[in-house]
Write a protein that binds this ligand. Structure first.
Ligand SMILES: [Zn+2]
Length: 389
């Protein structure tokens, strides 16, 4: 173990985690009492349309709970949407978030703003939220963001500025992991969100954060073991319940890891791709992943070598730190291709002339860049984008 294992740290996570296929249909039984008599149920229009939330909503109603459904969450949710959810939930006694990272993020802040009456403008940033929030249950329907165990909510303000609230107060009371909800996810979303979860684990493990800690490291390794062994299985057969469960669990473990040992330059360089070109978060990460790791290798090769075999067991046979690190980066790039993701920035419609602005935008993500194992300048960022182009 490195010296960080003996350093002081704080570890926060969701108090209660239910991992069980079909458990969303028992939402009322699991959490009805805790949520109180009037629940705001936050989700998105697509999930409502296909009826994925029906059983969960019915189970709440069956316990006598009055349910207000807010089903208008969009990808990269806006402040306006959040405020509409808060308005819809006035007087609620509890909040349920059901969906991908966007719905869970909106639910977290709706629970905070309704519960405390505080001003969102004073809650942005780290540990600024005051609380208390309403009782909160989160039910993810993708295996990737780990939002059900992270203290963070990201909201788009204005045209494309993303702001975040990071506070242990918005960790939910209960996370319900029901792999059945993920059976119908299309391959493109499965692949992008799965790679995103792997990035969470890799960046958490190698994070230079002073709060990097033995729990995060252990969780990151188990996450990589589950994600690495199952991502191709769920692409080949989306109905594979065991593999879907492993992906959901792996993504949660990665979420617990990075919630307490934050992500770094892969995410910092992915944000300008997502923000300007509206490329999904997971794909944005996948596009820069091998190139950022290659850049980091001079300072982080020993860390990548430690986890290479968790993700790709065959790499345990690679000799030496440098060889194992290089093989790990190559395998990650090859994996993105095998699961069907585009691999170059030019493939997703980004022109070479856009790279300079992206590099300058990436520099705004200092809260993430400070965690990177190797310092990243604007020149470095541009070189990484060029390599990824
Ligand atoms: Zn991510």
């Amino acid at each position: 173990m490195t010296a960080t294992s003996l350093s002081p740290f704080t570890f926060n996570t969701t108090a209660s985690i239910v991992f069980e296929p079909g458990s969303a249909a028992r939402l009322g039984e699991i959490a009805g009492k805790r949520l109180g008599g009037r629940v705001l149920f936050v989700t998105d229009p697509g999930l409502l349309k296909i009826g994925l939330a029906d059983a969960a909503i019915a189970s709440l109603k069956a316990t006598g709970v009055e349910v207000t459904i807010f089903g208008e969450v969009e990808a990269d949710p806006s402040r306006a949407t959040l405020m509409k959810a808060v308005e819809a939930g006035r007087g609620a006694s509890g909040v349920v978030g059901f969906g991908g990272g966007s719905s869970l993020d909106v639910a977290k802040l709706a629970a905070l703003l309704i519960g405390s009456g505080e001003d969102l403008n004073e809650a942005w940033g780290v540990a600024q939220a005051k609380g208390p929030r309403l009782p909160l249950v989160l039910i993810p329907t993708t295996a990737g963001t780990g939002s059900e165990v992270t203290p963070v909510s990201i909201i788009t303000v204005g045209e494309e500025e993303k702001r975040g609230v990071s506070s242990a107060i918005i960790l939910p009371d209960v996370a319900i992991l029901d792999a059945d909800l993920t059976l119908g996810l299309p391959p493109a979303i499965t692949a992008a969100t799965g790679i995103d979860a792997m990035v969470h684990a890799i960046e958490a493990y190698a994070s230079k954060s002073a709060n990097n800690n033995p729990l995060s490291k252990m969780l990151a390794r188990e996450a990589l073991r589950l994600l690495g062994a199952n991502i191709e299985k769920v692409i080949a057969n989306g109905q594979d319940r065991d593999a879907r469960g492993a992906m959901l669990l792996g993504s949660m473990l990665a979420g617990q890891a990075f919630a307490n040992s934050p992500v770094a330059a892969v995410h910092a360089l992915a944000y300008p791709i997502g923000g300007t070109f509206h490329i999904p978060h997971g794909l944005s990460n996948a596009l820069v992943l091998p190139h950022v790791l290659h850049f980091n290798a001079p300072d982080a090769a020993h860390l990548y070598a430690e986890i290479a075999g968790d993700c790709f067991p065959a790499l345990d046979r690679e000799e030496g730190i440098q060889g194992r690190c290089a093989a790990f980066i190559e395998e990650l790039a090859a994996l993105s291709k095998r699961v069907g993701l585009q691999t170059r920035l030019r493939d997703v419609g980004i022109g070479e002339d856009a790279l300079a602005k992206m590099a300058s935008d990436a520099m705004k993500q200092q809260r993430l860049l400070v965690n990177n194992p190797r310092p990243v300048s604007e020149t470095d960022a541009l070189a990484i984008y060029r390599a990824a182009w």
